[in-house]
Design a protein around this ligand. Sequence first.
Ligand code: MN
Length: 241
Amino acid sequence: MRPRIGITSWHYRDDDERWEAVLEGYPRAVLEAGGLPLILPIPHAAPDLIEGYLEAIDGLILTGGADIHPSLYGQTVLERCGEIDEERDRFEVALVHAARSHDLPLLGICRGLQVVNVAMGGSLYQDLSYRQETDPTHQSSREQRGESAHAVTIMEGSRLIEILGVRELDVTSTHHQIIRDLAPNLTINAAAPDGVIEGIEGPGRFLLAVHWHPERMVARYPEQLALFRALVEAAEKSHRH
Ligand SMILES: [Mn+2]
């Protein structure tokens, strides 16, 4: 049986209705990597529901999306902060804590990297323009979102370099927020030429996050599937059946 990989969804508005949505690249990549993708609706952060989800999955992907409310890292909302979904924030922060306490394998992608850092006690710049000497190409346009935007250097000795097997690669970049203070217990595993943190990892079975979008890259850069394979492999070991 395939390891069950929970994928967080986001709220999407269409006229007067609200949807729970995910970009199809996430479940497709999980399927291709040998996992069973399960989309997780946002159930507010009721503890019994979080525990229920944790029992239903063997691994977790925190997906991309809107900005995290700055109050979660001790700041007020600045002018260049983007759209916020506080229901989703509460849910995903609770999921990170629950995943950590169960040692559930977790892969964070883009916003997911930011959520992991904030949930574990780190902070963000609300817009990359608030950090000096930051390359604006981190924020690709809609049309360019599937294209390589900048290079990253992968750190020697990291879990990430074991997974990807290369020291440098080109990645997509569609984020306008970046890590300011790294949370305790996390280490940097990838960085852009301007010093922006592009990947983090932590202790335990599997805790890893990247700022780029491997789910958008796999079609053209199949080596990016290794990230999903590594998650599925770790989830296989935590499989409780
Ligand atoms: Mn970037």
